[in-house]
Design a protein around this ligand. Structure first.
Ligand code: NAD
Length: 335
């Protein structure tokens, strides 16, 4: 059945792909965003409320006059390095902003929430693959603020009847397979866009030897020495949100549940670069730099729970297919 959905942070990378998918499935969509990292042109004709989650009257305005069935909460600050330098910004946005949202939902009597959480809530892996019952011991303020938000949702569930599905993404990757939406972070810290931007530079006549692309460490305990991560395609992430919405609408479920979103397969940094080289046809080179503080060798999802309980089956299981959708977007840009 069609739902009325409020998408917080809907103008961002993942949120904008979600808005498109919701509109396709016939749901009514309103977007709330302060455009701090999002793009107004990424949400098409969706009903748009410009506002900041840190301002309670702004978020109250998004509920006023709208009958909302479910909220999808994508808005956050999400740079791990920055969160170490500027924790205040992360606590204000990711914790206080989220509490403002939960209180506005209480007031508006909206009881269903799907939350964009992260594998950063687990911290360093003590076992692999990482399942939902892996200890949650974040090693940076970004992960800590996301965990604090999860805990608040669980407490609001017990006390006020809020039903939350938290989806803990591993590495979100890829772009709209139809090429209409892309990944536009500034600064960009994600590997695939960084590598494809290097491909654009070379394609435009830049000397491959002048590359600024850095690989942080090639002496990890992995087959080729570079870090291994689990890349999950954005269309699969969005499809999981639809499954989470269905779960919340069935039988007035309340309380807190969390599901990992990953494919369960890891690819190394070198494998990603090689795939980008093949897909783009460009001579992409890189420099080896020292390890970054706090980068674990491997992060791979145990995603059996999302398959078993949400019925979520990722369609993009192959890195080449994921990168091809990114190149479908980046390949049309100039460097
Ligand atoms: N990209 C990934 O690989 C990844 C991995 C794990 C989890 N996540 C989570 O997924 C969510 C979306 O990530 P993304 O990559 O699309 O990020 P993004 O920066 O592209 O999108 C975030 C959106 O939220 C908006 N926003 C931020 N603060 C706001 C505020 N105070 N009020 C209103 N709007 C605000 C931004 O303008 C932007 O449109 C985040 O919560 C992030 O923590 C992302």
């Amino acid at each position: 059945m069609a739902a009325s959905v409020l998408v917080i942070g809907g103008a961002g990378y993942i949120g904008s792909h979600m808005v498109k998918m919701l509109a396709r499935s016939g749901d009514r969509v309103a977007v709330f965003d302060n455009l701090s990292t999002g793009h107004r042109d990424a949400i098409g004709g969706a009903d748009f409320v410009e506002g900041d989650l840190r301002v309670r009257s702004d978020i109250a305005r998004a509920f006023a006059g709208r009958q909302i069935d479910v909220v999808l909460h994508f808005a956050a600050c999400c740079y791990v390095g920055e969160s170490v330098q500027e924790p205040a910004k992360y606590y204000a946005n990711n914790v206080v902003g989220t509490l403002n949202l939960l209180d506005a939902m209480r007031e508006a009597k909206v009881r269903r929430l799907v939350f964009s959480s992260t594998c950063a809530t687990y911290g360093d892996p003590v076992s692999l693959p990482m399942a939902e019952d892996h200890p949650q011991q974040p090693v940076n303020p970004y992960g800590m603020t996301k965990l604090a938000a999860e805990r608040a949702m669980a407490d609001y569930g017990r006390a006020y009847g809020l039903g939350t599905v938290a989806l803990r993404y591993f590495n979100a990757a890829g772009c709209d397979p139809e090429g209409e939406l892309g990944e536009r972070h500034d600064p960009e810290t994600h590997l695939i866009p960084l590598v494809l931007r290097e491909a654009l530079r070379v394609r435009a006549g830049g000397n491959p030897a002048d590359t600024q692309l850095q690989v942080f460490g090639d002496d990890f305990d992995t087959p080729d020495g570079t870090c291994v991560r689990d890349y999950v395609h954005i269309a699969d992430l969005c499809a999981a949100h639809l499954k989470a919405m269905e779960r919340l609408s069935g039988g007035g479920r309340c309380g807190f549940e969390a599901f990992n979103l990953g494919t369960g397969t890891g690819y190394s940094v070198k494998e990603v670069i090689e795939t980008c080289r093949r897909v783009s046809g460009q001579d992409i080179r890189y420099r080896i730099s020292g390890r970054r503080a706090g980068d674990p060798a491997r992060l791979v999802a145990g995603a059996g729970r999302a398959r078993g309980e949400l019925g979520w089956v990722p369609e993009f299981n192959d890195l080449t297919a994921i990168v091809a959708t990114s190149w479908g977007w980046f390949g049309r840009l100039s460097p």
